[in-house]
Design a binder for this molecule. Structure first.
Ligand SMILES: *Cc1c(COP(=O)(O)O)cnc(C)c1O
Ligand code: SF4
Length: 342
């Protein structure tokens, strides 16, 4: 997702779909963003020379509150000087994914599941992203290279689930997704397909009838894991877009990241879970921040994390309390937050 030349399919195209046009018209200039929000740069310590640049779709900006410098959506995308803070333990590959990168485009870390890096491209650049420094250049397989990934999956019949990730896997055109899915369907030992994407939240029109049909027609059991961190991200157009996916029997889950100043209040977390459920999505994971360089200002103290979880358990039905987890390099799964010290 770091500066790169646009792929061909992003070029101006008379046949582009509305969601592709939305991706072409993303905001990349902080002055334009602030002007749309009636904010002055003086109110914010903006960093204009970030290697991981500003990128935000207009539909997401429309969900921000004008005049609010601390808007929880704005804070997720605006590059600020605080990102330059260096702290021990915050590095470039916090999850040691490089070790699990078995063949180009494939990460095999956990039993029974592999993750495919479908693209390096994202609709939005999230400031806390743990892959903001990922070696995407070495992980942009051509169609011929993909055969290595499929051979890898075929050679290990413990692999039951293939996860499409990135970057954002829904930022590629349907014809490429269809090709990938058919290749995966041709591997008999694989029974589940999972898509991890932030695109439906930030550009709801990405969920086209053609995409729904493609997923509904697959022989694989399909789930879609959305990524929203705050109830304010979840509008009516998303609710409408998700309905046909639910009707097609696709499991809808959400993962969020716990972020200081954005959603580290019990009200914000409770509202997120309730709003997700109202639009047919179950809260799956609440990730503790990965210690990636540039994200130190989003860290929430461990005692506070325990308090937040206890407060959610006390207020919500169990199925609306997400699993609080952290990624630990070389662990066998995502690691649940240990019980609170008594
Ligand atoms: C998160 C993740 C998965 C999926 O883990 P689940 O616990 O099944 O959601 C798989 N592979 C990698 C590399 C991951 O980071
Ligand atoms: S959409 Fe996902 S992969 Fe892309 S920048 Fe945001 S968190 Fe990272």
């Amino acid at each position: 997702m770091i500066a790169r030349s646009p792929a061909n399919w992003q070029a101006q195209d008379a046949h582009a779909e509305p969601w592709q046009l939305a991706l072409q018209k993303v905001i990349t200039d902080s002055d334009e963003l602030l002007a749309l929000l009636d904010l002055t740069p003086q109110a914010l310590a903006i960093d204009r020379r970030q290697a991981f640049p500003l990128r935000v779709p207009r539909a997401f900006v429309a969900r921000m509150q004008p005049g609010q410098a601390d808007d929880p959506l704005l804070r997720q995308v605006l590059p600020v000087m605080a990102e330059r803070r260096v702290l021990p333990g915050f590095g470039h590959d916090p999850l040691a994914e490089a070790e699990a990168n078995k063949v180009p485009g494939l990460i095999h870390k956990y039993h029974g599941r592999v993750l495919l890096i479908v693209t390096s491209h994202c609709a939005i650049h999230c400031r806390y992203c743990f892959r903001r420094h990922f070696a995407y250049a070495a992980n942009q397989p051509s169609r011929a290279d993909w055969s290595q990934a499929f051979d890898y999956i075929r050679s290990d019949d413990s692999i039951r689930e293939v996860i499409l990730s990135g970057g954002d896997p829904l930022s590629v055109p349907d014809r490429h997704l269809q090709w990938l899915i058919s290749q995966i369907e041709a591997i008999p030992s694989v029974s589940r397909l999972r898509i991890h994407s932030r695109l439906p939240v930030v550009v709801p029109q990405r969920i086209t009838p053609a995409l729904v049909a493609m997923l509904a027609d697959s022989r694989l059991q399909v789930s879609l894991v959305l990524h929203a961190n705050h109830a304010q991200e979840l509008g009516d157009s998303l609710a409408t877009a998700l309905r046909p996916l639910r009707h097609a029997g696709i499991a809808l889950l959400n993962q969020a990241v716990l972020l200081a100043g954005i959603n580290d209040e019990v009200e914000a977390l409770t509202e997120l879970s309730e709003r997700l459920f109202a639009i047919g999505v179950l809260p799956y994971y609440l990730h503790l921040l990965d210690h990636v360089a540039g994200a130190t200002h989003f860290e929430v103290a461990e005692e506070r994390v325990h308090l937040l979880r206890a407060a959610m358990l006390a207020r919500l039905p169990g199925y609306l309390v997400p699993r609080f987890v952290r990624e630990v390099a070389r662990a066998e799964s995502k690691v649940p937050l240990s019980p609170a010290p008594i």
